[in-house]
Design a protein around this ligand. Structure first.
Ligand SMILES: [Fe+2]
Ligand SMILES: [Fe+2]
Length: 248
């Protein structure tokens, strides 16, 4: 007597078929990924002529109209405690909701896209969907992290001494952005990201993204057609995070 396949057997079968299909198409990586490995090359020539396009079966499937939370759950690096803790601190300090959102998203480029110049990339990714002050603050926290501000008790991070060495000095463009930011009316908003930008956190405080669902709902303009399916100057960036191995 034959028995019907169970849910998990069907899921395994689907995954096997998807991986087989992928095996017939070559996954080619963006040049940047090779460059990050110190190689100025496209890597070995892929076998066969077909290139992968479309959804990547190795990654969790995304809904048709993905939201910011879908990206957090299905694409961004797991263990986002740093961002959640930062937002939690901002909330406990009684900062306005949009600043809690800024703290929650300040390192979005690190957890989901590109580390280098992360403040600038993060701001660009978010700009069409958040208040201008939020994306400005996220952009500028990149520079402000390197400069103390005694008025709010912010010192040059010890962690940076360990990570970059005692003799590390920020690049001139960072210094120039810091000088500009200092005179800006939203300076304190970017500074507040730094103040709540902790490296270490209390392991006893467990913060979940759901805590901020309402704030995201009120302050992040989620496009009804889904991030990436909309038509903003950042839509293509969301599509690339969703399908990072499209050949073109
Ligand atoms: Fe950062
Ligand atoms: Fe951070």
């Amino acid at each position: 007597m034959s028995t019907a396949p169970s849910m998990s057997e069907r899921a395994d079968e689907l995954e096997r078929r998807q991986i087989e299909e992928l095996a017939e198409r070559a996954v080619v990586k963006s040049f940047l990924f090779h460059l990050a490995d110190g190689e100025r090359s496209f890597g070995p020539r892929p076998r066969g002529s077909r290139r992968h396009m479309g959804e990547d079966p190795r990654l969790p499937p995304m809904p048709e109209k993905p939201t910011l939370l879908d990206f957090f759950r299905l694409r961004f690096a797991p263990g986002q405690a740093h961002l959640l803790q930062s937002a939690n601190l901002a909330q406990e300090a009684g900062l306005p909701e949009k600043m809690v959102l800024a703290c929650l998203l300040h390192d979005i480029a690190i957890i989901g896209f590109i580390r280098a110049d992360h403040g600038y990339w993060g701001a660009q990714l978010l700009e069409p969907y958040v208040d201008e002050e939020v994306s400005w603050a996220i952009r500028m926290h990149q520079a402000l992290r390197f400069f103390p501000d005694e008025s709010v008790g912010y010192e040059y991070p010890d962690q940076y001494r360990r990570m970059f060495g005692e003799d590390y000095r920020p690049d001139p463009y960072i210094v120039a952005d810091y000088e500009r930011a200092r005179k800006h009316r939203w300076y304190m908003s970017a500074r507040m990201i730094c103040v709540n930008d902790l490296y270490s956190f209390d392991p006893d405080v467990q913060v979940e993204i759901e805590q901020f669902e309402d704030i995201i709902g009120r302050h992040f303009r989620q496009p009804p057609e889904g991030l990436g399916n909309d038509n903003t100057p950042a839509s293509h960036m969301w599509r690339t995070i969703r399908r990072p191995c499209n050949a073109l």
